[in-house]
Design a protein around this ligand. Structure first.
Ligand SMILES: Nc1nc2c(ncn2[C@@H]2O[C@H](COP(=O)(O)OP(=O)(O)OP(=O)(O)O)[C@@H](O)[C@H]2O)c(=O)[nH]1
Ligand SMILES: [Mg+2]
Length: 452
């Protein structure tokens, strides 16, 4: 898939441990000249034979002066059994900055060049030692602070994400192959059973959607779901916020236009954090402050993941209510029929509550939880970490498969279905790096540190 670039022929070197003093400092060398570098710079102690995959004891020497620079351990790992898949040498020196720098400069003087960020891992990828998702897992592992995050990254390093994605991709490839022979030899095969194909495609799409939802849900649990309460003035939005919070946070009055600016509070439903914003009622503004409030409300609405549209159920639904519902469409939207204690005149699907008397709030919370988590358990231990790049690839595959299913339903020509299947295959290939541009690869490895 890739052109191995010329620079891969060069031998690279870098300090692999963090800069600063430590117990040990590691200098890593990779490439054709690695073994020669070892022989030039390393003086084995008596009885030490230079063999691959052995810890060697001895000294680093300056080849010009023959001076001993440090007493060290070294390890030669001949290709292909090494991190990069090339010949690799690692020098384990005493961890002082001066020594580590000195040893690095000796390796550079004997024919290596300084490695770029992530270049060792990039070479490992280019040599098929790991796929792109695994390389990214290494990056996460190096950068992650939390034990749970590290656990997810390790699973990804084991190749769980890659395994699921590769299996799916393989299934699509064989499906595509079956279609393509039908294009080439239309008379030799029985007519395609579209219903069966649609069922299969839907099952594949489901696998992808589940992965994406797990990811989304993990984000929500970490950051909270941006939730906004919108509705006409005086329908009881602030009252609802207070009821959800279980305390009087927002000012409630019988005057329309009470809330002038947005208020944000976080509530927690079964561990699910919702960041709820109470907004100024939407209507034609009466004064400047209200005008700003209304504008702000529209921004909050645009930024939210979930909209709670409050309607005064004791009155007839009017044009303004409808237009607010319409504006909230396009994101997850839940209709709340408030003031149900005064009777319900509105025939809309929604949660009947009385924010003032705290009626129906428990049921509403339960409903919110289910709507957000989609009745599923929280991301379990089985899930893999998916970063934004993987999610984008998966979303592309999901879209293509939805299109493919749609084509089948419409009885479109096999060629069109094949195009969508191919798109899905390419998108999935992007996760593991089977089909991905050099630009993407470079941008990923640039996030590594030097020496990794
Ligand atoms: N009977 C009844 N009255 C309610 C209920 N919820 C709110 N109210 C009353 O409706 C009035 C307006 O309530 P708010 O919570 O201030 O309404 P709001 O939507 O925030 O209004 P603005 O901030 O002006 O947009 C107050 O007098 C509340 O007591 C309810 O469930 N039943
Ligand atoms: Mg209010």
């Amino acid at each position: 898939m890739f052109h191995v670039k010329h620079s891969q022929d060069e031998t690279i070197a870098a300090i692999a441990t963090p800069l600063g003093s430590g117990g040990v400092g590691v200098i890593r060398v990779s490439g054709e000249e690695a073994q020669a570098t070892l022989i030039t710079l390393f003086l084995p102690s008596n009885g030490t034979k230079i063999e691959s995959h052995r810890m060697l004891h001895g000294w680093v020497i300056d080849p010009k002066t023959k001076d001993k620079v440090d007493e060290i351990m070294a390890c030669l790992m001949l290709a292909p059994k090494s991190y990069t898949g090339e010949d690799v040498v690692e020098f384990y020196c005493h961890g002082g900055m001066a020594i580590v720098q000195k040893v690095l400069s000796l390796t550079l003087a004997s024919g290596s060049r300084l490695a770029q960020r992530g270049e060792f891992t990039k070479r490992a990828f280019l040599n098929g030692k790991l796929d792109l998702a695994q390389a990214e897992a290494i990056l996460d592992l190096v950068n992650t602070q939390s034990a749970r995050g590290a656990g997810l990254a390790v699973r990804q390093l084991e190749g769980r994400l890659s395994a699921v994605v590769k299996e799916l991709r393989q299934k699509l490839v064989s499906m595509l192959a079956k279609f393509e022979v039908r294009i080439d030899f239309p008379d030799d095969y029985p007519k395609t059973n579209y219903d069966a194909v649609i069922r299969k495609i839907n099952a594949h799409t489901q696998v992808i959607s589940d992965m994406l939802r797990d990811t989304q849900l993990r984000r929500v649990y970490r950051q909270g779901l941006a939730t906004v309460i919108v509705g006409k003035p005086n329908v009881g939005k602030s009252c609802l916020l207070n009821a959800l919070l279980g305390e009087d946070r927002a000012i409630v009055t019988d005057l329309p236009g009470t809330t002038r600016d947005s208020i944000e509070e976080t509530i927690n439903i079964n561990g699910l954090p919702l960041r709820i914003v109470d907004t100024a009622g939407l209507r034609h503004p009466r004064d400047k402050a209200e005008q700003f409030g209304v504008k702000r409300t529209e921004q909050e609405l645009a930024a939210a993941d979930l909209a709670l549209v409050v309607i005064d159920a004791s009155k007839q639904l009017d044009k303004l209510d409808r237009s607010i519902i319409k504006r909230a469409k396009g994101k997850q939207c839940i209709v709340i029929l408030n003031k149900a204690d005064l009777g319900c005149k509105v025939k809309l699907k929604g949660y009947k509550v009385s924010a003032l008397f705290g009626k129906g709030i428990k049921e509403l919370k339960q409903g919110l939880f289910l709507a957000v988590t989609n009745r599923r358990e929280t991301a379990g231990n089985d899930s893999v970490a998916i970063n934004e790049r993987h999610a984008e690839c998966l979303r592309g595959a999901e879209r293509a498969l939805l299109n493919a299913a749609e084509c089948c339903r419409k009885g479109a020509s096999v060629d069109l279905i094949c195009i969508d299947l191919k798109d899905a295959i390419v998108s999935l290939g992007g996760v593991t790096g089977e089909q991905v541009s050099e630009e993407v690869i470079n941008s990923i490895f640039e996030n590594f540190c030097v020496g990794k």
